[in-house]
Structures are given as structure tokens and as C-alpha cells.
Design a protein around this ligand. Structure first.
Ligand code: SF4
Length: 207
């Protein structure tokens, strides 16, 4: 693969785009709205993404690799768990000061039918997890998940991530059309789960 769409820059930070697949179909997902994030076309021409392809593209951003690197693209990065682990391992060995963040929908433990978080210790520093709503009804309206009990899975993942010692932030996207989210309730839920909270205003040109 020669296209530089496995790795891209957003606000001066390096992002890794491992897949176009997702277990959600969020109403605000930029995948279904446009085909680029601030000019980077993130549609992959194959789902057969290999760690070596990602690493090759990463190295072309050499001067940025000792800062924070984020797994986040047009799809759910944890669906490519093995590739994510291999790439994170490479980054941690070669650039030990680099912080690694994964932006995720929090479905991984349901998808893999096991708690994958212990496998990511020492590889991932931060999880940013899409809470997306104050209850299951709102969550399902906004996220349109393809799996059952997704909202519970997300809350469990947030709680487990915080308990395992990852720097954990639950996020809410606001400002998309007239979708209303109860921020106060979301903040309360997040606090109970032991995580930090962040509102991500929806922006037209990127996440
Ligand atoms: S979780 Fe992310 S990639 Fe998946 S549909 Fe929602 S916004 Fe898109």
C-alpha cells in the first residue's frame, strides 16, 4: 500500500487510521458525511491493513513521533486489535516518551468476548471513549449500534479502563444538528464510572 491514508496529521498531531469498519453507525460520523478529514482521504482501499504498512507511513512523520499519537480514523480502531498492539509496541520501543491514545466506541470487550484491557497495558496510555448519551435510548438514537446492549458495554468499558489505571475520558459530541444530549447527566454518569469527561463539539472538517 502506498497511499498515505493509514497515517494523517490533524492539528499537528499524528493520527492512525486502521479500518473503515465500525460496530456503530453514528448520525454524526464523518464517514457518511464526507470523504476527508481536513484534506486527508481516510477511505482505505483494503481492510487487510498490516502493522508494517502503518509503521512505514508513520516513519514519514518522524519529527512528530515523540508527541502524542492517536488511533482514530474512519472506523473503530479496536476492531484491528492485533495491528493496533503491534504498532503501539513499535512506537513504545522506538519512541518511549510518546503518549498513545485510542479513541474508541468502547465495544471491544463485547466484540472479543473477553476483557482486552489488560493486554493493552504498557502499550496504550489513554482511552477516549464515546459515551454519546445519558441513557440507552439516546445512545441508540445517536450511535445506531450493530450490537446488542451496546450502551451497557460502553459504560462497562469506561469503568474497567479507569479501574485498570488507563487515563480514561468519556466523550460526548455536541452541536450536531438538533440532537440534544443531557450533559449534566452524562457528567454524573462519567464521574460514577471513575473517568474524566470531555465535550467534543462537532466540527465539519474533522473529528
Ligand atoms: S464510533 Fe466513530 S467511526 Fe464508528 S460510526 Fe461512530 S463516529 Fe463513526
Amino acid at each position: 500500500m502506498t497511499d498515505y491514508n493509514l497515517v494523517y496529521l490533524l492539528d499537528g498531531k499524528v493520527y492512525i487510521n486502521l479500518t473503515n469498519r465500525c460496530t456503530n453507525d453514528c448520525v454524526f460520523c464523518i464517514r457518511s458525511i464526507k470523504d476527508d478529514v481536513v484534506g486527508a482521504n481516510l477511505f482505505l482501499n483494503t481492510e487487510n491493513v498490516k502493522a508494517e504498512d502503518v509503521i512505514k507511513q508513520l516513519e514519514s512523520f518522524k519529527d512528530k513521533l515523540s508527541e502524542e499519537i492517536i488511533f482514530c480514523g474512519y472506523g473503530e480502531p479496536m476492531l484491528k486489535l492485533d495491528v493496533l498492539k503491534q504498532v503501539a509496541q513499535y512506537i513504545k520501543e522506538k519512541y518511549p516518551k510518546t503518549i498513545i491514545r485510542v479513541n474508541t466506541n468502547g465495544h471491544a470487550n463485547i466484540v472479543y468476548k473477553r476483557n482486552v484491557l489488560p493486554e493493552l497495558k504498557g502499550l496504550v496510555d489513554k482511552f477516549s471513549i464515546s459515551l454519546n448519551g445519558e441513557n440507552e435510548e439516546v445512545y441508540n438514537t445517536v450511535s445506531q449500534p450493530h450490537i446488542d446492549n451496546a450502551y451497557k458495554a460502553v459504560k462497562d468499558f469506561i469503568k474497567e479502563s479507569a479501574a485498570e489505571g488507563f487515563d480514561t475520558t468519556a466523550t460526548i459530541v455536541t452541536g450536531y444538528k438538533d440532537y440534544k444530549i443531557n450533559m449534566t447527566k452524562c457528567m454524573e454518569i462519567t464521574k460514577e464510572l471513575g473517568a474524566k469527561f470531555r465535550e467534543r463539539p462537532w466540527i465539519e472538517n474533522g473529528y
